[in-house]
Ligand binder design. Structure first.
Ligand SMILES: [Zn+2]
Length: 232
């Protein structure tokens, strides 16, 4: 029983595809060095095995270097029979966040909306699904307020946005669904799965880009328009 530390000599097997902040997409990262920590259970009484791999990793695309912690234990598995496998949980420093590049580079997105978007992605990546659902709800609330909605309840704010043609009826429908997921997390402890929350983030990205980034692109196009275009 106890802790064992072992430096991994052959790191060739540790390459893994993860999101790269600089490349803006998922790329293969190679481990430059790795140390494996293992908790070995008592031989007589048994118990779960815990493993943590600490790795300095490098992106194959831009060669950027970061740190990855990969945790697993013998009690945390998914799938059944031959498909049963360990569930790994990953942490990165700096964070590897699959943020939309257009949103990251935009200058017109209010800071509160950008921060809530970023924090919600962090919560999903850390599998904090209750708070991620609340994050999405907060994001909708702040977006509605920023776009001029002033009613008290979020449902009413969304109606205001629809009436002002800021969102479509389809967008209103999906925002209402995401709002309910936040309410359920807060009041009923009902947790949405990762897939749904990631889809919620994708939907918010589409709406943020359409509302804020498009406005920026529109202004940029008008600024860059050749004088020849104005000729009769
Ligand atoms: Zn990269």
């Amino acid at each position: 029983m106890g802790l064992k530390f072992q430096k991994v000599v052959d790191t060739a097997q540790l390459s893994k595809k993860v999101f790269c902040n600089r490349c803006g997409t998922g790329t293969i990262h190679n481990a430059l060095t790795a140390v494996r920590k293992e908790y070995v259970p008592d031989e007589e009484y048994g118990g779960p095995d815990f493993w943590t791999s600490y790795q300095i990793i490098q992106c194959n695309g831009c060669l950027d270097i970061s740190f990855m912690e990969d945790r697993a234990n013998s009690e945390h598995t998914e799938g059944f029979g031959d498909d049963e496998r360990l569930v790994h949980e990953f942490s990165f420093y700096p964070e590897h966040l699959s943020m939309n590049r257009k949103i990251q580079e935009a200058k017109t997105i209010p800071s509160i909306i950008f921060e809530l978007y970023r924090e919600t992605i962090i919560l999903v990546s850390k599998r904090m699904f209750r708070f991620a659902a609340l994050g999405l709800r907060l994001l909708i609330e702040e977006l509605a307020k920023d776009q001029g909605a002033s009613r008290y309840h979020l449902d009413s704010k969304l109606k205001e946005l629809l009436a002002a043609s800021i969102i479509s009826s389809d967008e209103k429908e999906v925002l209402e669904i995401l709002k309910v997921y936040g309410d359920d997390a807060a009041h009923k402890d009902e947790i949405q799965p990762e897939k749904i929350l990631k889809l919620g983030v994708d939907i918010m990205e589409s709406i943020i880009i359409r509302i804020y980034v498009f406005k920026e692109q529109h202004a940029e196009l008008l600024d860059a328009k050749s004088p020849i275009c104005d000729a009769p």
